[in-house]
Unconditional design. Sequence first.
Length: 274
Amino acid sequence: MAITAKQVNELRQKTGAGMMDCKKALVEADGNMEDAIDILRKKGQKVAAKRGDNETKEGLVIAKTTDDNKTGVLLALSCETDFVAKNDDFRSFVDGLVDVALNNTPATVEELKGLKYDDKLTIEEKITEQIGVIGEKLDLSSYFVVNAESVVAYNHPGNQIASVVGLNKEGGVEVGREVAMQIAAMAPIAVDKNDVAQDVIDREIEVGKELAIQEGKPADMAEKIAMGRLNKFFKEVTLLNQAFIKDNKLTVDQHLKNSDPDLTVTTFKRVQLK
């Protein structure tokens, strides 16, 4: 049967696929819109299988909070090329994924993939469909949800880095944004030194001892020197003990206390694509 431009445009609007791909799918489906959508989705599965070993080093990471600032999500969708990452349609797709995540706040990536993206497809199925449309491997590489009395999100220009920080009190959006920017810039591994995993601490102590011995320090002093280096390590990698990037005479904790003596960070998440 003859395929009209109206049918092609309708399929394109529903799937985001190119005009020629839409026309070919409609011809193959004998004009049936639902069958044509399935054909394009299967094409995505074939592309995904072919490109399964390809690296996805590009993409977008986006953080967003609910209107009441009680919940935030952080999501990264990776692709193969910068060309795709900078495409407006790709950005719109990632924004859509973030909105679904924010409206449902699933706990894990797998739960998120199982949610409905629209009336017909789950997020996992929609990503597969988009693989066929774009012709590149896509990977929902990171997803986090943060709940707190006050949650602030920060998206660094270019959307390669984003962070979400949870505070223990309502308000504090301005100082929260400053702390979220600190997290994006300085990549802390924990809120405070008590939150650093014990295996990380043990490794730092052993490295500190070994360095002290290599520097010719007496063995009986190596542990003391290692503990001193451990304290320096805490100042570098724990958020509250880091020097505040806007005033390095203050720690982040001191900056928070200057804003509100009872204000502190309860949790944070950070994602960087490259």
